[in-house]
Ligand binder design. Structure first.
Ligand code: ZN
Length: 153
């Protein structure tokens, strides 16, 4: 990732998350969902606990580049405590943001909004969206067992 080409503030926030990721690890008793990004070699292990239609707890592990690690850290911050519907909206907004589309309300994304610069590096978009895609898949598998209220669009 040509991080040097990104705005320095953005770069600082991204590097801080990748060096000290939030919610890093595995949840006790959870079977992590594993997803990889073959174009970069990133691998994420995501554990999610859903209760009453909300993300009650979340943790990630694995190995990846600074963008994928930072994005996963930012994602866990953004979605913790949110309802499944809110998570779907955030995921959509993030996907649009990193593809360079205008997103009206980036506040809810928290630090994840700092990844908007990734849109200038198409090869890195998958690094940024890996954790969000893993969350989507994890919630879909929850839905199959009837324990969450995820609605498919
Ligand atoms: Zn990557």
């Amino acid at each position: 990732m040509a991080l040097t080409k990104l705005d320095s503030l953005y770069r600082a926030v991204i590097l801080d998350h990748s060096a000290h990721p939030h919610h890093h690890g595995t949840l006790e008793g959870a079977t992590p969902l594993i997803l990889n990004n073959p174009t970069c070699g990133d691998v994420i292990h995501l554990s999610v606990e859903v209760a009453d239609g909300r993300i009650k707890d979340i943790a990630f592990d694995g190995s990846g580049c600074s963008i994928s690690t930072a994005s996963a850290s930012m994602m866990t911050d953004a979605v913790l405590g949110k309802t499944i519907e809110e998570v779907a909206e955030l995921s959509e907004a993030f996907s649009e943001l990193v593809q360079g589309q205008a997103v009206e309300n980036t506040d809810a994304l928290g630090d994840a909004a700092f990844l908007s610069g990734v849109s200038k590096f198409p090869a890195r978009i998958k690094c940024a969206t890996l954790s969000w895609n893993a969350l989507k898949k994890a919630l879909e598998s929850e839905d199959n067992t009837g324990t969450s209220g995820l609605t498919c669009h």
